[in-house]
Write a protein that binds this ligand. Sequence first.
Ligand SMILES: [Zn+2]
Length: 79
Amino acid sequence: MCFFAILGVAPRERIISQQTSHCVVCGAATTHEAFESRPWFSLFFVPLFPVGAAQTYSRCRNCGLTRTQSTGPYGQSRN
Ligand SMILES: [Zn+2]
């Protein structure tokens, strides 16, 4: 008998809002979307329940720059 389960944790994103503004990296006046990302436990690729806190990001649709609410470009602090 052979049985295995495909399980894991993967982030799910939900767009909260969109607005047009100038990007600090590419300089274009383009759409920026605010989205919420939250890790979900999944079994056989079906998300079952959230396992962590949600974080809110903003992403430029022109160059892909992703920023958090409290930091600069993704993964870097704004000082
Ligand atoms: Zn940009």
